[in-house]
Design a binder for this molecule. Structure first.
Ligand SMILES: [Zn+2]
Length: 135
């Protein structure tokens, strides 16, 4: 009889416990944080893998970012350099050199624009090593 009443007491205590304790709340926050980070990583690829160069709206170069290279951009005096998974215009004859000042761009969605010479360098994911999403 004593044992039974003891058990009953414990059950009552358990039922009175709040549904969310402090640590449950902390765990919940941690889960939300982890999910947010995972989602962000899933939607925004860390690095791009394809570099496309347009001159006056025409595609002149399409290359991957995995191989280091130095290429003269056709029809211009600009030079495209690919190094360590990022692309940059390293030489150009435009007056303000804004394109060169942009430096290396390696993130998918990144662009380098040279307005005077109508050069656009675009970095895209391409689905090569984009985590989660394969386009
Ligand atoms: Zn420029």
């Amino acid at each position: 009889m004593r044992f039974a009443s003891h058990t009953e007491k414990n059950i009552t205590h358990y039922k009175k416990a709040p549904f969310l304790g402090v640590w449950d709340f902390v765990l919940l926050l941690a889960l939300i944080f982890a999910a947010t980070v995972a989602l962000k990583y899933y939607i925004e690829p860390e690095t791009g893998s394809v570099c496309t160069v347009y001159v006056d709206g025409e595609k002149v170069i399409e290359t991957d970012l995995l191989t280091d290279s130095v290429t003269a951009i056709p029809g211009t005096h600009a030079v495209l350099t690919i190094k360590d998974g990022a692309a940059a215009i390293t030489e150009n004859d435009c007056p303000n050199k804004i394109c060169m000042k942009t430096g290396f761009v390696g993130r998918a969605g990144g662009t380098i624009v040279c307005a005077p010479n109508k050069i656009v360098v675009k970095i895209s994911g391409g689905g090569y090593f984009v985590t989660g999403v394969h386009k």
